[in-house]
Design a protein around this ligand. Sequence first.
Ligand code: SAH
Length: 230
Amino acid sequence: MNTPTPAPKIIRLIMALRSAGITDTAVLSAMERIPREIFIPRAMQDQAYEDIALPIGRGQTISQPFIVAYMTQALELNDRMKVLEIGTGSGYQACILSKLVRRVYTIERHKPLLEHAEKIFEQLKIRNITAIAGDGMKGWPQQAPFDRIIVTAAAQDSPPQALLEQLSIGGIMIVPVGRTGHQVLKRYKREGDDTYAVKDLLPVRFVPLLPDLARYSENADDPVENDDGA
Ligand code: SAH
């Protein structure tokens, strides 16, 4: 089957990512194959291939493409890996990961966002993502250990202990850490049972990592677009 030619807007974005330092061709090709516009509310779809974060409902955002590409590249993935993502959001990052690894597990605390993301996985016929609604700060003990963990919301002081424990020895976790306005993207490499090598990568801006499932009323006035109008 022929791969459809990507639209000029996607090509422009990929070239911009390249000049911004994304050199991993597998990552660039995954970003070329996943149409970002379907994760974005209709009213903003014309901005889908601009390198900016956009709102996705429930007070949350889909990350800027450069950050998605940067974090994905920093994970140093291969097709045998099992990856845990915390913060499914729109599902975009999970779809990018799904093209690069064996299986993706993803957790979201806002049930309506999770359900919307699952519809998109179905629509794109992506079958190697397992998604649940829950508190990602607790990780997913039944599926641990993970070769890689990516957290797409910012931990206040340090990554949750449960996530550090659910990383395989030799595994890498990419996680934003810090309070609003002072966040740094960090890389944790687990070198032994209790030893982690930590490296600061980049200043970033993420929504905060929050405990527990979101209550039904939380941001309920901010509906998920493209939902069934419920
Ligand atoms: N990866 C997403 C971007 C997510 S924005 C994408 O590609 O679109 C961050 C998400 O993390 C939000 O949807 C927020 O609800 C979620 N989140 C915050 N704390 C969480 C937690 N403890 N467990 C699971 N999800 C969490």
